[in-house]
Each structure stands twice: as C-alpha cells, then as structure tokens.
Design a protein. Structure first.
Lengths: 323, 323
C-alpha cells in the first residue's frame, strides 16, 4: 500500500471533521493513510506553534512517505522559511516522497525550487489539500471527480499531462520550460527574498482567492516590474475566485486585468487552467520540465515521468472534455 | 497666497462632495486652492485612464505649485510607475513643490526615492489626503485638528519635528537616518523591482488598513527576509486599522505580530506613530534625514529645514499631549 501522510504546516484545522472524512475517503481510494501527530494541534490561528509545525515537517521528511499532503493552507510557512532544512525535504523527494498541496504550500514549493542545485529533488506537486478537497461534505458537493482522478493518476506516476481549454488566439503555441508558480499572493510574498526562485524560460501558473482583481493586477504588475513575466515562456492563469465586486469597479474585472497585462508583456498569458481555490483542480509537478502545447483552444501541459516505469500515453487528463 | 493643487492619481472619487468640501476648507485655511482639471475624471475604478492620470501628474510637476495634494488613494500609481517622468517630479521639488499624501501615494514617494542621485529633490510629504482628511463631513467628525495643524506647520516650513508616545523599553534610543516608508502593502508591492529604494540605516515607518494582522505579519516577514528590517536604524509603526478579527485568531493579534518580529530583528520596532488610515495623522518629510529620539516613552522625530528660514524650536507637534 502507498503510504500517505497528512500534516498541517500552516493554519489551524478549525473543525476536525473534514480531516477525518478526508482520511476515510483517501483510505477508500487505497492509500495507507497516516495522520501526523500534530495535524490537529492548535496555537493561536496556527496548527501548532512554529516549533511544532517545523518538527512535523522534518519528521515527515525523515520518514519519507510516498505522499505528504497538507491538510489545509492558511498562513504559516512564511514563519518557517528561515528554519526549514531544505536538504531534508530534497532528500525525502529523492526517496520518492511527493509533497502535495496548494495555497500556502506554494511557499514550501517555491522556497525549495530556490535552493541551488537540487534538480529533480526540488519537484513537488501542486494539487489538492486534504481537508479542502477530500474533506468536503456531501452537502457541499463531496469530492470532485476530476480532482480525485487526476490526483490518483499523478500519484501513481501514470499521469503525464493535463489538458484544458483556453481562449482563442494561442493555436500552435509551444513552450518548454520549468513549471512553477502557485498562489499569486504567496509567489509575490517571496519577491525580493532569497526564497524566490529565479526561473528563466519557465511556465508560470498562478491562482488566487478572496483577492479583488485590482489586487491581482497589482501583484501581476509587480511580477512584471520585477522582470519575472518577460522572462517566462508562458503564463497560465488558474481560477481567481471568491472576490466581491465593488460598486465603483464599472467594468474593471479579471478580464480587463488580463487584457492590460497582455499589453505589457510579450509572454503569452493563457487562461482556463483548472486550478485554484475551487473544487476542480489538476495535480501537476512544480519544478518539472514541461512542454505546453496549444492546438486550437486545447492546451496540454505534459511532463516526463520520473518514478514510473514506461510511458503511458493514454493517461492525459483532458479537463476540456469535462468543462 | 500659497498655491495648493488637488489631483487624483489613483482611485476614482466616488462622490464629488468630499473634494468640494476639502477645497472649501483648505481655502478657508488660507491656501489658493486649484482643483486639477482631471481630478473628478472617471474610468473604471480609476480617476481617469492611465494617460489622463499620468498627464495630470506631469502637468502639476511642470506647474510646480507650492503644494500638490492627492485627493485620495486607492489603486493606480502602480500602473503608472514605468511611465513617470521622475526628473520632472524632482524638478518640481527643487522648485519648492511639496507632494503630499499617503496610502497609494507611497508608490510615488518610494519610486522617487529609488531614483539615483536626487538627494533633497526626492523629498515628499507623508500626510493627509484631501477627500479623506479635509473632506470628512461634520457628521463623521469633521477635520481632525492635529492633522490640520501639523499639516499647516509642515507646509509653512515651520514644523521641524513630530512627537508621540510609544511603549516602555526604548528610553534613550537615538537613531539618525533617512525617513521612509508609508503604506505597508504598497511598500511590499515594490519589493524586487527597481522602484524599491535601497535605504540603509533609515527610519522606516509603516501603516496599513483593512489588512488582518496575519497579512501584516507576512508583509513584515517579507521585509525581514529581504534584509530590509535589519538594515534600518529604527522601525516605527503607525496605525493598522479597520481589520476584522477571525473566530480562530485565538490570541493572534497586532500585539503578537510585533512581539514576533522583535524576536527576529535587532532593529528597534516602536509603535504609536499617529499615522495611517485614521483621522489623526502627522505630516512628515519622506526621504529627509531625521533624528529619532526617545525620552522615557516620548518619541521625537525631527528633521532639518530646507525651504524655511531659521530654526523654530517651538514648532514641535507633540501628539503625546493630545493622546
């Protein structure tokens, strides 16, 4: 059985039920689920104080389970950055651990990518969070099937690409580079520090939640003014969800934000990636070399296997078919 | 009469009344008030499109009034950064213009400070915004007297220091350096770009509004991880206002944020500066050399005159007396 450890690196689990439900469902999917001893810890708004959360991180890195999935995001990794044993994290990856999550997990994922000379040992997985995605009650819609299936195939090593539909205008685009990114606020929260990975020619994916488009635009402009956008081969936008219109927006929206950014950088900005703080999300390898291909409005982001055996050309998660 | 021009560099003036009221009150205070032609312009959520707002900025710089005060903040300067004629702004300052405001104005103020070799021609004024501070209706409390008096003395050139009370523990502290800072979100929104001023040994002041303490802490940690906090002689915190507690904060607060930061940097972090998105705020010269002195719990931030005649030792705005 595949050992899957659940841990809480950031925000406190306000309720215990979603974690219990997630563990039950992940067991039913065939995983040997282990809940880290401190996963339900509480200190202020955190899942345990900094020492506890850091200990959990290093404990899991040392145990090197097949999968290490965060229970939820929130705020927390930023406080740990200066004390993380990056070599221990990389070591666990070399031994087969797939670190999975999004939101605050972006901080761990990019901090690791910013460490020099790790190569494939810096690859982590942008994907579901246990409580948010596998702990969603049936009343709230239960587990999203695409999220579940894509995660399962990614973890088994079978998945080699994700697909989705984008806007017209990118037919024939081909981009090859390092896949990186995650939550926009977290990406920007590392700018100017040694934890911001200096990736040239990459494929940068971004999402956010509860951020008005003017804040999204300000963050994207900062990335532009920092030279980050121009240095990429492609930018892929996921979902920007749960923000509220202001009465004086008068036409200002995510659409105008994307249109404005497109006037500033020549790097193609694609929308439509099923990723973010929404039920349907793909699982993708952060730090891996990927090839992005656009055929008509169909986008394919493909990567090479690392731990899996041979190629598995039929394992492409074409979200377009479901959208 | 002293010419005071009001302009809108960022967010749209949703209502016209506060600007009209501000102009009337500033006239009554003895200023020759001019409202820029585009101050009431509207484009989406902005006070005119980028070209209009940029034209207004350069028009005012060319006219070089004694005072150029923003009507309000919002979001807008970030979009203009790459197109601002910094020499024109510096030129207006050399001719006596005092640019005044806070919030989004921080972007202009720090962007100017980041320009090389401007010296005193990069000095602007952190202080009131016309609509927010001079346009407040009588029902909402009217104009704050301290804000008004401090602004008047700063603009006349008479003011040479501001004072306030801080927490115990800093008695005898003395710090000399460049005063800089402003709105924390805006300060951080420039990190990693060429608009972030690389100031060593400065006195950094910060405030914010509508930001939960966890977001304030994340921004402060970013400044720390970027090496900015350690490089300063002192950090002075203004008001962090209008945020809402979350049920799971459980003791996490601005107090714990400040306490945590104090464990990470040796730079003294003082609280209590009357500045921010609150009625009572001092007016201070951003980019000026200041001396910060603490006597017991009384803090004095003093600067040297530039345009005024001789020293005026009685013109100290000791907010402590009012607090």
């Amino acid at each position: 059985m595949t050992l899957l450890t659940l841990f809480s690196p950031a925000g406190v689990l306000v309720r215990s039920a979603p974690l219990t439900l997630a563990a039950k469902r992940l067991k039913a999917l065939g995983f040997d689920v282990q809940i880290d001893a401190a996963a339900r810890a509480r200190h202020q708004r955190f899942a345990g104080d900094d020492d506890m959360r850091l200990d959990a991180l290093h404990r899991i890195a040392a145990a090197a389970p097949s999968i290490a999935m965060a229970t939820r995001g929130g705020y927390g990794f930023t406080r740990l950055l200066d004390r993380i044993d990056w070599k221990a994290i990389a070591h666990s990856i070399a031994h087969g651990t797939r670190w999975v999550g999004h939101s605050d997990m972006t901080t761990l994922q990019l901090g690791l990518l910013a460490q020099p000379k790790l190569g494939a040992d810096a690859i982590t997985w942008a994907g579901p969070l246990a409580a948010d995605d596998f702990g969603r009650s049936e009343d709230a819609g239960g587990v999203d099937e695409i999220t579940r299936d894509c995660f399962l195939e990614a973890m088994s090593g079978a998945l080699e690409a994700v697909g989705f539909r984008t806007e017209p205008g990118f037919d024939g685009l081909e981009a090859r580079g390092t896949l990186w990114g995650g939550n926009l606020c977290m990406v920007n929260s590392m700018l100017g520090t040694r934890y911001f990975p200096r990736i040239k020619g990459g494929v940068l994916f971004l999402e956010d939640v509860n951020e008005h488009p003017y804040r999204v635009e300000r963050n994207l402009l900062q990335l532009h003014q920092a030279g980050v956008l121009d240095a990429q081969k492609a930018i892929v936008l996921g979902e920007f969800s749960a923000w509220r219109k202001a009465p004086h927006d008068r036409g200002f929206s995510m659409k105008t934000v994307v249109a404005h950014l497109r006037t500033l950088t020549k790097t193609p900005i694609l929308t439509g990636l099923p990723f973010g703080h929404v039920p349907t999300k793909v699982t993708m390898p952060v730090g891996a070399r990927v090839t992005l291909l656009v055929d008509g409005r169909n986008v394919l982001i493909g990567w090479e296997h690392r731990h899996a055996g041979g190629p598995a050309h039929d394992h492409v998660h074409a979200h377009a078919a479901h959208a």
